[in-house]
Design a protein around this ligand. Structure first.
Ligand SMILES: Cc1cc2nc3c(=O)[nH]c(=O)nc-3n(C[C@H](O)[C@H](O)[C@H](O)COP(=O)(O)OP(=O)(O)OC[C@H]3O[C@@H](n4cnc5c(N)ncnc54)[C@H](O)[C@@H]3O)c2cc1C
Length: 344
């Protein structure tokens, strides 16, 4: 066991903010898990497992316990039947490396999830999704360490209770399981159109007619790179707010105040309308906004992405977040909900 003390947590969040971890250790193989957990139990410490830190923000106080950073490696392919292949990946593998490996083998199922930062083991937590695919579409099973029964167990797809950006790992059983590996069931047939709206529009514009997983991967990378900052170069957590769902009454109230209500981006959903958080932020004057008081900004190509230009603390980020939420609420009566998890 190798445990470091007083570790700066800013390096463990792509927002690059936060205090210190009392203790931090890497999990390099599954047998490390019970050893570290036993040690933490003896010391009476809280434990959290993380991957690449692309969906977390640490508070300025830091974490008064043991942070386990999942580094478990491994990418293995195994034939399931004539058409399908199982892909088992260690939780610590970089997700995009996994997608790349699958498209190089011409396998279809996760290619639209190209260029999403973070580790493979974190993808089931919020059922990572983009451009019409979600990991829950192809997850066969997940190997976890269950901190309740103190055993390694396999969970079937059904038992993970996946929903839109949700799962039991995020809700009911938060913190209970440490994900060790994920097995996907991928297909050797090529992806077929029609694709997700914005992807299809791009395909139509380029006039592409032959679709392979590799082609879709390249298109998704091109679209994402044209509007999202690379977290290795610009500190950010991707989309900072979820698209809010408002009641029919609220939606029609918002429409009344606009000369061209048809220009309001909105999608009919079961209980009302889903609005574009990016559009709301733009409307209240926060497009390409650089706030000298907090050192925070909104990304010039996508206002939904908050970037840390020179913030001194998580408190600065929270002040900037509050300004946006307050403006949107005052103008539209809509609450913007934060997406990345604040660990405070
Ligand atoms: C530029 C950018 C673009 C993004 N685009 C998308 C997108 O298109 N779609 C999307 O869904 N998300 C997107 N995200 C969010 C993020 O990349 C995903 O949520 C990703 O899966 C997080 O992986 P991570 O390894 O960084 O997890 P972390 O941020 O380290 O952890 C996230 C959560 O998972 C838990 N966790 C991590 N690993 C384990 C494990 N092995 N066992 C148990 N719990 C674990 C942590 O405790 C935490 O609760 C984006 C983020 C950025 C910065």
């Amino acid at each position: 066991m190798y445990i470091r003390k007083n570790v700066d947590l800013a390096k463990y969040s792509t927002m690059r903010l936060g205090g210190k971890a009392k203790f931090l250790a890497n999990i390099n193989e599954k047998s490390d898990i019970p050893n570290y957990l036993d040690w933490a139990k003896e010391q009476g410490l809280e434990v959290i497992t993380i991957g690449g830190g692309s969906n977390i923000i640490w508070g300025d106080k830091g974490f008064d316990g043991l942070v386990l950073v999942n580094k478990i490696p491994g990418i293995k392919f195994r034939k399931a039947n004539q058409e399908e292949i199982f892909l088992t990946v260690g939780a610590g593998e970089q997700w995009d490396k996994v997608v790349k490996a699958s498209t190089e083998k011409e396998l279809h199922g996760i290619e639209a999830l190209s260029l999403i930062p973070g580790t493979a083991g974190a993808t089931p937590i919020q059922n990572v999704g983009a451009y019409g695919q979600e990991v829950s579409d192809t997850i066969e099973s997940i190997e976890v360490y269950d901190r309740q029964s103190e055993q390694f167990v396999n969970l079937s797809n059904d038992s993970c209770k996946f929903g839109y950006r949700s799962s039991r790992f995020k809700d009911k059983d938060k913190g209970r399981f440490i994900i060790v590996s994920v097995t996907f069931c991928l297909n050797s047939a090529n992806p077929k159109p029609p694709f997700y709206n914005s992807l299809q529009r791009y395909i139509d514009k380029l006039g592409i007619t032959k679709f392979t997983p590799q082609v879709i991967r390249e298109l998704v990378i091109a679209i994402r790179s044209s509007k999202l900052p690379d977290p290795d170069k610009v500190a950010n957590n991707g989309s900072f707010f979820a698209n809010p769902i408002v009641s029919n009454t609220s939606y029609y109230r918002i429409r009344k105040n606009f000369d061209n209500p048809e220009d309001i981006p909105a999608w009919k959903v079961k209980d009302g309308y889903k609005l574009s958080a990016a559009w709301l932020i733009e409307q209240v004057g926060f497009k390409d906004k650089h706030d000298k008081y907090t050192g925070m900004a909104t990304w010039h190509l996508q206002p939904l992405v908050l970037v840390n230009e020179k913030a001194k603390s998580t408190k600065d980020l929270m002040k900037f977040r509050d300004k946006i939420q307050k403006k949107v609420f005052n103008e539209f009566g809509v609450n913007l909900i934060q997406e990345p998890e604040l660990i405070d």
